[in-house]
Write a protein that binds this ligand. Structure first.
Ligand code: SAM
Length: 232
């Protein structure tokens, strides 16, 4: 049985891959890349293009719909896990690639559960990646937390009340998946006097990277899915 790897490829800059990630990606037989929309390119795959050999390695792009509807998600997870297990059982090593880190709000977490449950003997190795949060803080040269400060990470999908509560309890708040709740977040930051303490970062590590610190610019901006906010 060959090994299954989950490889964190970082936020989008090929230079932010670890040497271990690069070595494994160059060596595996099969690379499975997630995509949410079949008409869009996989960000993770775009990040590692220079490390793979399409002549020798099999590249599979698998769609995971961008929805919270379990009736659509579970079959996609099951199909990907079965594919991974089939290759590994046939002796072909597989790398599932993921943006950022594989155990940090990643589809791989769901695949890991299925693989462990249904194929408990499958060897699985997880290669950590640089999370978008660390890359964003670096680009903005913004210390995330120091001393006794506490940091909380909230996917904005958790709702505006959770975000409001977090702003009252933590010195640093990171909001992921801000797009669907953007207008409400902007309003909350205005009313809670956080205008000058907010940094917005989109597509960090990619040629389309945007780092905004001016609140008027942040408020006027229309973000895409790959964007986050750090509020101190
Ligand atoms: C499903 S989570 C994936 C997190 C990822 N595993 C990580 O470690 O960064 C997706 C969210 O992460 C954030 N994100 C991921 N990549 C990003 C990037 N390159 N620039 C800014 N935000 C990013 C966005 O908030 C996006 O909505």
């Amino acid at each position: 049985m060959a090994t299954v790897y989950a490889v964190g490829v970082g936020p989008g800059d090929p230079e932010l891959l670890t040497r271990k990630a690069e070595r494994i990606l160059r060596s595996v037989d099969v690379i499975l890349a997630p995509v949410s929309n079949p008409s869009e390119a996989s960000v993770a795959l775009g990040t590692i293009r220079e490390f793979i050999d399409a002549e020798r390695q099999e590249i599979i792009v698998h769609q995971f719909p961008m929805t919270s509807d379990k009736a659509r998600l579970v079959p996609a997870w099951q199909e990907a896990a079965s594919l991974i297990a089939a290759h590994a059982k046939a002796g072909r090593s597989v790398a599932f690639i993921t943006i950022g880190d594989p155990l940090f709000y990643s589809t791989f977490i769901y695949l890991l559960r299925i693989l462990r449950e249904q194929w408990p003997h499958l060897p699985i190795e997880i290669i950590p990646g640089i999370s978008s949060i660390n890359a964003a803080a670096s680009e903005a040269a913004l210390p995330l937390v120091e001393g006794d400060e506490k940091l909380v990470v909230i996917p904005a999908t958790a709702g505006i009340e959770q975000i409001a509560a977090a702003l009252n309890h933590y010195e640093a708040v990171v909001l992921l998946k801000v797009k669907p709740l953007y207008a409400e977040i902007i309003e909350l930051l205005r009313t809670s006097d956080r205008e000058r303490r907010t940094v917005f970062v989109e597509r960090v590590g990619t040629p389309r990277q945007k780092v905004l610190t001016d609140f008027n610019e942040i408020a006027a901006y229309s973000p895409d899915y790959l964007s986050l906010m750090i509020i101190k």
